[in-house]
Design a protein around this ligand. Structure first.
Ligand code: G1P
Ligand code: ZN
Length: 543
């Protein structure tokens, strides 16, 4: 078996986005496309000879083929060992867990998260460092730079490696160890949460439904919720992972997780409902006929953390992405711990966690997690909620309402305009930036603009600066409108508008969020000229 150096030409579009490189499957299937990017990773990370790598993906279409290519390239690039999830499967949080537990040099995760899969869907790849977290911007920039100059990639001439049974095989000088994708992760969860309290809750008739959306978390949820915690069979629905997610859009929100939503808003609804996404790092939490916004969920987990064994000594701090509501800030203030505001994307939380500055992190985009791994973690959030419910024995809705009574309610909503022509979307952003001077101090109904800017973040740990992270319009009462272009889409541009208004008056907490935010929505449309510039009258998705 020989190692070949195969000459190639660069592609110009391999810039990693919010979470790795995401493209249509057909793009990744183009000759040399995947190979170029993988070699650019290996050329950037300078792994020592014989280093160990973790490899796995969410099982979407093209996962298996990509795994075989990457294994042969890893062998040709001097890795000593690769730990692969059986069948090439690892959820994103499980991959992070395995990198940390076995102290590997890093890992490669194959996923396009919540984007649809199948031959016409999306595929993605990202590199995670030895802390288990997504590579920092410094590393992703280096990978992009390499991808623009690449001349050759290295590949071992070898047959495919069997991946469906646990055990070891060799590929040239490299060992491929197929590991159970669930065990290490399940053990980590058991070390954090009070499984016997949750078991008792479920045994007492508390009914749950978990929608795995035919994505990677099905086997994880069945093992943990049904086998270890004793939830009745059938508590996990759509639990069989499929390469095209059963034709669905594996994004756990009120629009795409409609099967679960119908159950949770129907007659005889269970007490608790949850869903996770394609690669298992996102979560949605529902009570009986009640939706918990991800921003509220983060705040609530923080406020109740000491009820959970893994967090009984309290939190070092909290971090949230900039567009996420400030509900968590209020809890941090009450707990007298710091709260950090980072740009969108989990990669910005890693340094804060590594430095011991924060314990919990979250994003409005259905992502919550902690320093147990360096990714957001869907099932972890579900177990955290179940642990709180087991300790407090109140319904989900009353726990949230009580939280609002204590801290006030941050009304929150996000409007997504997907598939816009790129120029029109960029035109909206540019127009907003050009309007900063006239907007500052302007009055719109009851709202006066206090400041507008394009968010910039200086990492408090390594001092790196990330500019251009989203337009913020902040009002004197703390209400906010944020505009951002998505960094994960693969078709045209997606413009996101994030709306937030704080309400201290408990009597007004009953309001529907869309009603409470109606005025801000109108202001957002007016100042952005979105309808005129894009021709869109309605968002594609409201969360
Ligand atoms: C989206 C979310 C962001 C999240 C990312 C990866 O990125 O908004 O919070 O970290 O997916 O799951 P965006 O498409 O907005 O760049
Ligand atoms: Zn995801």
């Amino acid at each position: 078996m020989g190692i070949r150096s195969i000459s190639t030409q660069p592609f110009s579009d391999q810039k990693p986005g919010t979470s790795g490189l995401r493209k249509k499957v057909s793009v990744f299937q183009e000759p040399r496309y995947l190979e170029n990017f993988v070699q650019s990773i290996f050329d950037s990370i300078a792994a020592p000879q014989g280093a160990t790598l973790v490899l796995g993906g969410d099982g979407r279409y093209y996962n298996r083929e990509a795994i075989q290519i990457i294994l042969k390239m890893a062998a040709a690039n001097g890795f000593g060992k690769v730990l692969v999830g059986r069948g090439g499967i690892l959820s994103t949080p499980a991959a992070s867990c395995v990198i940390r537990k076995y102290q590997t040099f890093g890992g490669i995760i194959l996923s396009a998260s919540h984007n649809p899969g199948g031959p016409d869907g999306d595929f993605g790849i990202k590199y995670n460092s030895s802390n288990g977290g997504p590579a920092t911007e410094t590393v992703t920039e280096a990978i992009f730079a390499k991808s623009k100059a690449i001349q050759a990639y290295r590949m071992l001439d070898a047959g495919d490696v069997p991946l469906d049974a646990l055990g070891e095989s060799t590929l040239g000088d490299m060992t491929v160890q197929v590991i159970d994708p669930v065990t290490d992760y399940a053990e980590l969860m058991q070390s954090l949460f009070d499984f016997s309290a949750i078991h008792n809750l479920l045994a007492g008739g508390f009914r749950i439904k978990f929608d795995a959306m035919h994505a990677v978390n099905g086997p994880y949820a069945k093992e943990i919720l049904e086998h270890r915690l004793g939830a009745p069979a059938g508590s996990v629905i759509n639990g069989l992972p499929l390469p095209d997610f059963g034709g669905g859009h594996p994004d756990p929100n009120l629009t795409y997780a409609h099967e679960l939503v119908e159950i949770m808003y129907g007659t005889d609804a269970p007490d608790f409902g949850a869903a996770s996404d394609g690669d298992g790092d996102r979560n949605m939490i529902l009570g009986q006929r009640f939706f918990v916004t991800p921003s509220d969920s983060l705040a609530l987990l923080a406020a109740n953390a000491t009820l959970v064994p893994g967090y009984k000594n309290g939190l070092a701090g909290i971090a949230r992405s900039m567009p996420t509501s400030a509900a968590a800030d209020r809890v941090a203030q009450a707990l007298n711990i710091p709260c950090y505001e980072t740009p969108t994307g989990w990669k910005f939380f890693g340094n804060l966690m590594d430095a011991g500055k924060v314990t919990l992190c979250g994003e409005e985009s259905f992502g919550t997690g902690s320093n147990h791994v360096r990714e957001k973690d869907g099932l972890w959030a579900v177990l955290f909620w179940l642990n709180i419910l087991a300790a407090r024995r109140h319904p989900v809705e009353s726990i949230v309402r009580e939280h609002w009574t204590r801290f006030g309610r941050n009304f929150y909503s996000r409007y997504d305009y997907e598939g816009l022509p790129t120029e029109a979307a960029q035109g909206v952003m540019q127009h907003l930036k050009d309007s900063f001077a006239t907007l500052t101090g302007a009055q719109f109904g009851k709202y006066a603009v206090k400041l507008c800017d394009d968010f910039s973040y200086t990492d408090p740990v390594d001092g790196s600066v990330s500019n251009g992270q989203g337009v913020r319009i902040i009002f004197t009462d703390g209400s906010r409108i944020i505009f951002r272009l998505s960094g994960t889409g693969t078709e045209g541009a997606t413009l996101r508008i994030y709306l937030e208004a704080f309400e201290a008056d408990t009597a007004r907490h009953q309001l529907d969020a869309q009603v409470a935010l109606a005025e801000l929505i109108q202001i957002a449309l007016q100042i952005s000229e979105l309808k005129q510039r894009t021709g869109r009258n309605q968002p594609t998705v409201i969360t």
